[in-house]
Design a protein around this ligand. Structure first.
Ligand code: MG
Length: 390
């Protein structure tokens, strides 16, 4: 960056950034905020939501009670926000929007990570399925109860667009303007594209860190993976006597760094070549403009596949998965067949949805209740529901 550049915090947005002035608005119109932009307001509403606080006790890979040093969904979301903001600033995109999307992107996650989501999806098979991405949208659009004038958080179109990373055609058709891009096959804003990749950078890197800390994967086996090996060899060469723990942290830090740099440089080249005059042109560009280089994409995929077979499918993780499936399935079956087993608020929500949508409504409300649980709440609720001694 040249010495004549203004301090980075004061940079003006690129023409293709999401501009608060061209915001497509909220489902329930509201006056503009006094001293914040529309996207700052979105981010602030996410931080004040109950669903955001619950992320502290939801599994990323390791169940919350397995150790205090492992990532939770909350620390994961904060790491995604950090990476997304760095990239946004480097590309002169809207940092506030990326931060809001990053902090909200996992709000719909069930307890027990992906195992929980898969279990709830099976339970919901006859009632429209369950998808955590759509549930995040449901949380911010409908389920949060914080404001007098509207349900949910009433976020802007752009933040909601970023939360909805993927969506089936069937679901897209029910989502109006927000679902349209999945039918037209256009792109979301550049801020949404970059937050999605910041999510990948965050989990690939921190799952290496947590995986090594847990002892479920080893440095030896990881050195077969190019992305890890390159950084590991560099660190060993630069700091030959560094103790193992610091070596790993130095490697993980560099893993994040090299992916961020690749993402920024590749995206700058893409943006220079395509030169979209504004965000709408970026949305209608045939392909995503925020991307890794082809070489980095391949290395990334190799690491992802490694983590899938060695960490996520490790027998100790799998045991947790099996327990999670049993817990969630049993709770769903019990509550669905007898909603009177649920606490007052969840029961009222269930009877409301059942009145308007019959059995589908009942199932959706039970799924809302279960998806909102933290790991430890689900475990306690299982005990309260099935343990006759309680
Ligand atoms: Mg995530």
């Amino acid at each position: 960056m040249s010495s004549t550049s203004p301090p980075s915090g004061l940079q003006t947005l690129a023409p293709y950034a999401a501009m608060p002035a061209s915001c497509k608005g909220r489902m329930h119109p509201e006056p503009a905020p006094a001293y914040r932009s529309e996207y700052q307001r979105d981010r602030d509403r996410v931080i004040h939501s109950a669903a955001f606080r619950r992320l502290e006790y939801k599994t990323q890979v390791f169940v919350n009670h397995e150790g205090d040093l492992f990532r939770t969904r909350l620390t994961h979301s904060i790491e995604v926000a950090q990476i997304a903001r760095s990239v946004a600033r480097a590309l002169r995109l809207n940092e506030d929007l990326t931060e809001g999307i990053a902090l909200a992107h996992d709000l719909g996650h069930t307890p027990f990570g992906h195992a929980g989501q898969d279990a709830l999806n099976s339970c919901m098979q006859d009632y429209g399925g369950f998808e955590h991405n759509l549930q995040s949208l449901r949380v911010v659009d409908e389920l949060e109860e914080r404001y007098a004038e509207f349900p949910g958080l009433n976020l802007t179109f752009e933040t909601r667009e970023g939360i909805l990373k993927h969506c089936s055609r069937k679901n897209a058709m029910q989502l109006g303007v927000l679902g349209q891009r999945f039918l037209d096959r256009t792109q979301p804003s550049l801020e949404a594209q970059l937050t999605n990749l910041a999510d990948e950078i965050a989990y690939n890197s921190h799952d290496v860190d947590d995986g090594l800390r847990s002892g479920l994967i080893s440095v030896d086996s990881l050195t077969e993976i190019a992305l890890f090996r390159e950084q590991f060899d560099t660190v060993r060469k630069l700091y030959p006597g560094l103790p193992p723990r610091r070596t790993i942290h130095e490697v993980v830090r560099r893993l994040i760094g090299c992916q961020v740099i690749d993402l920024v440089e590749t995206s700058i080249a893409n943006l220079e070549a395509a030169a979209p005059p504004d965000v709408e042109a970026a949305r209608h560009h045939g392909t995503a403009l925020i991307t890794f280089s082809e070489a980095m994409r391949e290395k990334n995929l190799e690491l992802k596949n490694y983590l899938r077979s060695n960490l996520y499918r490790h027998y100790r993780v799998h045991r947790m998965t099996a327990k999670a499936i049993r817990t969630i399935t049993s709770l769903f079956d019990a509550f669905f067949s007898d909603p009177r087993l649920m606490p007052d608020e969840a029961r009222e929500h269930t009877s409301q949805l059942e009145q308007s949508d019959g059995k589908h409504g009942r199932a959706r409300a039970v799924a809302d209740y279960i998806a909102g649980m933290t790991d430890r709440y689900a475990i306690a609720e299982y005990d309260r529901t099935f343990n006759p001694a309680r």
